[in-house]
Design a binder for this molecule. Structure first.
Ligand SMILES: [Zn+2]
Length: 250
């Protein structure tokens, strides 16, 4: 077992911990610490998984074999190592490609996996701070919206999200949609679509000032109820949820 003590967290791994992961954890921790303006309530454990068996063991009660990262209910992180992401992407590839194209693709996969892991770490650290300080996972759009907003890269443009909303005839209820629990009309890009929807909606209602979302949560999490939600939505975002939704899609 390899361990890396970062002060605020310990990374545990059966394999050597790549330097970029250590750096990425530090950077992501600082990013969310700055956003939430809070400290973690305790030192966390980050389990870096090099095999699918390690992953299934690390995510415990969750049934998310295909996720790349997860925050447990106690606020610890489980992460798939980039090599594992590459192995799994190769397993998924079923169409035959020529030797040269295959080589090129494998090179791209390595680059992709590094970027993917960096994004996942940024994303999960927002959930860590949320979990450590808020007793609720709701509102879901804001929890995932904040986590997705701190990532570096995004695969879907705002225009695609808005077009998707219109094609799928989604209304503001899609803000409360629970990933992996209900079937969703996500189409080709599936769940990924929703993360982008929530991210753009979060950026929209906060006018690109994510601190406003945190201030909303600081107050809402004390006594989360539908009534409080509606009141605080107006207070922090300047309009009702329905008005915000309509302004967002038009
Ligand atoms: Zn998330």
């Amino acid at each position: 077992m390899h361990t890396k003590d970062l002060g605020f967290a310990v990374i545990k791994s059966s394999e050597h911990v790549p330097a970029f992961i250590e750096a990425s954890c530090k950077q992501s921790y600082l990013r969310s610490k700055h956003l939430y303006k809070k400290r973690l309530t305790r030192k966390i454990t980050i389990t870096l998984c090099s095999t699918q068996q390690e992953w299934l063991k690390a995510i415990k009660y969750y049934r998310w074999p295909n996720a790349a990262g997860v925050v447990l209910r106690n606020g610890d992180i489980a992460l798939k190592a980039p090599d594992l992401l590459v192995v799994q992407a190769k397993e998924k590839q079923r169409t035959r490609i020529s030797g040269h194209a295959m080589k090129k693709w494998h090179k791209q996969l390595e680059k992709w996996s590094t970027k993917a892991v960096k994004n996942v770490i940024l994303h999960e650290f927002s959930h860590v701070f949320w979990t450590h300080h808020y007793k609720t996972t709701q509102p879901n759009w804001l929890n995932e919206g904040l986590a997705s907003a701190v990532q570096i890269t995004h695969s879907i443009t705002k225009e695609e999200v808005i077009n998707g909303i219109k094609e799928r005839k989604l209304n503001e209820k899609s803000l409360l949609y629970r990933m992996r629990i209900q079937k969703h009309p996500g189409g080709k890009k599936g769940g990924l679509y929703y993360y982008n929807l929530w991210r753009y909606f979060t950026l929209f209602v906060t006018n690109n000032n994510l601190r406003r979302a945190v201030q909303f949560m600081d107050e809402y999490s004390k006594r989360p109820s539908r009534k409080k939600y509606e009141h605080l939505f107006k207070k922090y975002f300047g309009m009702t949820e329905k008005e915000a939704w309509n302004a967002f899609i038009n």
